[in-house]
Write a protein that binds this ligand. Structure first.
Ligand code: HEM
Length: 138
């Protein structure tokens, strides 16, 4: 059961991440400055946290409660208002892959950023309460 709950949380995080206003082209940071650079770094950190969780879930590395909590904390501090404040209106210059749709549908964008915060909180609580790996089935 624990495994199922945590898997669902991680799946939720991934679903949130994949429904963002990204344009469809290769990622690159060349020449990014200011807020665009900041958010690319933030997304890179999110990617790192998800990778660490993914490796534990798939069994590629053993479960490590400290590392899992650290990853949940990264998701938490890179979500909600901390995320949306790095997307001021019209900040799609240079190498940004952000889509104009973000500002057309700002309420939905904020909702998705808040969803990430919720999932991160739930994951942190689950780790604190249940500890000990991903569950009996892991
Ligand atoms: C665990 C969750 C997430 C992961 C792993 C993730 C990962 C990434 C990665 C790898 C990039 C490419 C950045 C680069 O150029 O190197 C990116 C860009 C982006 N992400 Fe996320 N993301 C997550 C959550 C979110 C959320 C919740 C939002 C919005 C509510 C969001 C909105 C965006 C946008 C708009 C861009 C394009 C930024 C730009 O190029 O200016 N992401 N994300």
């Amino acid at each position: 059961m624990r495994t199922t709950t945590r898997m669902a949380l991680i799946a939720g995080i991934l679903a949130t991440a994949s429904s963002m206003g990204l344009q469809q082209h290769a990622f690159g940071h060349d020449g990014a400055t200011g807020v665009v650079k900041q958010r690319m770094e933030m997304m890179g950190n999110l990617g790192g946290a998800m990778k660490a969780l993914g490796h534990m879930i798939s069994g590629k590395v053993p479960f490590d409660a400290g590392a899992a909590e650290k990853a949940a904390a990264v998701l938490r501090t890179h979500s909600g208002g901390d995320l949306t404040e790095l997307f001021p209106q019209g900040s799609v210059k240079g190498t940004s892959e952000a889509h104009e749709r973000i500002w057309d549908e700002w309420a939905e964008f904020e909702q998705l950023a808040d969803d990430l915060e919720l999932y991160a909180d739930a994951l942190a609580v689950s780790l604190q309460r249940e500890g000990g790996g991903w569950g009996a089935a892991a």
